[in-house]
Design a protein around this ligand. Sequence first.
Ligand code: SAH
Ligand code: SF4
Length: 387
Amino acid sequence: MKATEVPKSLYDLLPTEMDALIAELGLPAYRANQLLQALYREFPAGFDDLRQLPVGLRMRIAERYALSPADEVRRVVSADGNTTKLLLRMSDGTLIETVLMQYPEPGERHPRSTVCVSTQAGCAMGCVFCATGQMGFERNLSAAEIVTQVLHVAKFLRARGQHVTNVVFMGMGEPLANYGETVRAVRLLTDPRAFGLGQRHITISTVGVIRGIDRLAEEDLQIGLAISLHSPDEALRQRLVPTAGPSSVQDIFSAARRYFQKTGRRVTFEYALIAGQNDSAETARQLVRLIRGTPTHVNLIPVNPTAGGYGKPARHAVMEFERILLEAGITCTVRVEKGSEISAACGQLRTDEANSFISMEELSQSPVAPMRGHRQASPFPVPSQIQ
Ligand code: SAH
Ligand code: SF4
C-alpha cells in the first residue's frame, strides 16, 4: 500500500491547514486551536477522546479524517532502563521501529529524552551494513505517521512525569528520499500551535541525497543536519553505499559547505567504522585531508554487526582513528553504545523478529508480545554529540 492510500490523518494538517478546515466547516476560528490543543497535548486514542469538541463537530471531522494512533506491537527496554525500542504497527499493518533514548542530565530534574523516528518502512539505499537497507524498500511514511511516533512516546513519558526533549530522524529509511513528508513532520513537531519542540532540538540524518540537502538549506529551518559519509574514498563509499553516485564524496562535501554557508550550522559527518573496510590509519589520514578546513563534526560509530557480515573494529583501531582526527584539529566523538542487548540499531528489531521467531505475516497479526532474548550488540546515536 502506498502512503497516498493511507487515509489522511488529522495529524497531517499544519495548523494553518487546520484553520482552513475549520473555516470550510463554517465553524468559529477558536475551534482550530481547541482541536490542536487536544491533538498535541492530550494524545487522543480516538475521536471519542476529543471531549472539548461538540459531538456533531467530531463526527463531521471523522467523516473526512482519521486519527490512527500507532499500535504498539512490542516494547523492549534495555537493562539500564535508558533505552526503549518500540515496534509500531501503522493503520495498514506496516511495521516500523521507533527508539527512545534517555540520558540523565546533571542538575536537571528530567532526563534528556530523544525519540529516534523512522521516515520509511525499509529503505532503498541498500547500505551493506544496515539491517533496514537489507530489507529493501516498502513504502514512505506520511507526516502523520512520523509525528505519531513522537506522540506515542510523549504519551507514555507523560505518565512518568517526563517529556520528549529531542527528535532525531535516524530510524528506518532515508528522510530526504521522503522529502515532503519529512519536512512537513518537522514543521508539525516544531510549530508552537502543534507539538512545539524547538527547531534546534531536531536532527535529520541523510545518506547524502544532494538535492534534498540543498532544498533543506532553503527551508529556513534551524535544524541539525548529519550526513552519513562512511568513507573519504569514492570507490570504497560506493561499495558500502551501493546507490551512491560515482562522485558522492565530492558532491556531499560541496553540499555540506553550501548548507553551512546558507544556514550557519555546521554539518555532522557520521562514519560507521567497519573492521577491515574503512578503519585503517591511512583512511583516517585521507579523511583528514578531505575534511580539514570545513567546519564540521565527525561522529564515529563502531558498526553494529548485522547479517551482512560487517564487523566492529577492535577498540584500539577505533581509538587510533579518533586520535588521528583529533590531532589534526577535527572535532570528533565516538558514539557510545547503549542498550546493547536489545537490537537497538534501527531495522534490527524487525529483522530479529522476522528471522528468529515468527514470520512477518504472523507478526503483523500478533498482539503485543512480551520481551524476548536478542543476540546483537547495537550502536546508539548520542544526540548531545550530534547537535
Ligand atoms: N538513512 C539515513 C538515516 C537512518 S540510518 C542515513 O543513512 O543517515 C542512521 C544512521 O545509522 C546512519 O548514520 C547509518 O549509517 C547508521 N547505521 C545503520 N546501520 C548501522 C549499523 N549496523 N551499525 C552502525 N551504524 C549503522
Ligand atoms: Fe537506508 Fe540509512 Fe540504512 Fe543506508 S544506513 S540503508 S540510507 S537507513
